[in-house]
Design a protein around this ligand. Structure first.
Ligand code: PMP
Length: 354
């Protein structure tokens, strides 16, 4: 090792789901939305002219912050926006988790949390989910340097009740509690209604799932003005222009089209519930997902083999080779047609393999 290499910040990076270049696949592996974004989004992008691109974008991202504030009944000072919720969450880790005490999150959860903790040198302790893959709220009663969990959780899809979420926040009022609501628009109840009562609560959401804009990269945090100011101070200390001009205009257009949002999220929820019924008939087991994916297992099948067999047929799902979940597949809810192809494949596979 060369001398300078000793002082490199070494990390094991997060591994995102595969993004194959070819288009003729059924892509159920990264929880993208199968429907296009609201029509106003592409119109806003087409309307971008050279003059807007010549200038720096608005560092305060006002057009987007204001439209989100309007949508959620908040003041603009209560909203922070970033380059996907990954950017927002990374900024939160850097801003709020500095006590030197371990932060707490579930053992089975979004696999970026331990990566951020490692890269920022934040100690952490994972709390095991119970057998039903639910968070055990009492595990979060101990002293800690902060708490983060997704609700619904990923990759399980399990949603904690608002009472449980509030209980965890109430027991941790001396630290910042982050509820990562990447999948909340598919049937869960948001913790947003608690932000006026708990000044230590941050709710983080994204445009990647329910607003069909994973490619645009937009996420946001909502909380009290003081939390948001601290986040902005850190952001301005490292890049004033995280949000580019086309993204600001397109994302604001997405927020304005509430009817389209309701229609597409509603369709995904209906498809999810139908697929649950059909998978149950085929002998699969899974929790009551309130997200845009299902986390499935079959007592008589090896998940890894099924994953490989699906891939050969150009149906991509996600397999995690990790303790406790290595016989599960995470399957994003696609269109009804895509899910029918997936289910037909499973029927044939089961006939051949059982
Ligand atoms: N949180 C959770 C729980 C997720 O599953 C994801 C998606 N990978 C994200 C945050 C980040 O999503 P994005 O950066 O696209 O907003």
């Amino acid at each position: 090792m060369r001398a300078w290499e000793k002082h490199v910040r070494k990390v094991v990076p997060y591994v995102p789901g595969e993004q194959p270049k070819h288009r003729n696949i059924i892509k159920l592996n990264t929880n993208e939305n199968p429907y296009p974004p609201a029509p106003g989004v592409t119109e806003a992008l087409k309307a971008m002219d050279g003059e807007l691109l010549r200038r720096y974008p608005d560092p305060a991202a006002e057009v987007l912050v204001k439209s989100l504030a309007g949508r959620y009944g908040l003041s603009p000072e209560q909203v922070f926006v970033g380059v996907g919720s990954d950017d927002v969450l990374a900024m939160c880790f850097l801003t709020f988790f500095n006590s030197g005490r371990p932060i707490l999150f579930p053992d089975i959860t979004y696999s970026f949390y331990d990566v951020w903790a490692e890269v920022f040198r934040i100690p952490y302790e994972c709390q095991p989910l119970n057998e039903a893959f639910e968070i055990v709220k009492e595990d979060y009663y101990k002293a800690n340097g902060g708490v983060i969990f997704p609700n619904p959780n990923a990759p399980t899809g399990m949603c904690q009740s608002l009472e449980d979420v509030e209980d965890i926040i109430a027991h941790n009022q001396d630290v910042v509690v982050i509820v990562d609501e990447a999948y909340i628009d598919f049937g869960g109840r948001s913790a947003l209604e608690l932000i006026d009562r708990y000044d230590n609560l941050l709710v983080v959401q994204t445009f990647s799932k329910s607003r069909s804009l994973a490619g645009l990269r937009v996420g946001y945090a909502m909380g009290n003005k003081t939390l948001i100011k601290y986040l902005n101070d850190v952001k301005y200390s490292f890049n004033s222009y995280t949000m580019n001009a086309p993204t600001l205009a397109a994302a604001a257009a997405a927020v304005e089209d509430e009817a389209y949002f309701q229609e597409t999220t509603g369709k995904i929820i209906r498809t999810r519930e139908r697929v649950k019924e059909e998978l149950r008939e085929l002998g699969f087991r899974f929790g009551d997902s309130k997200s845009n994916f299902l986390f499935i297992t079959h007592p008589e099948l090896a998940a890894r083999e099924l994953f490989e067999a699906l891939k050969i047929k150009k149906i991509y799902v996600r397999y995690f080779n990790k303790p406790r979940i290595d016989n599960y597949l995470r399957v994003t809810i696609g269109t009804d047609e895509e899910m029918d192809v997936f289910l037909d494949f499973l029927r044939r596979y089961l006939k051949q393999n059982l």
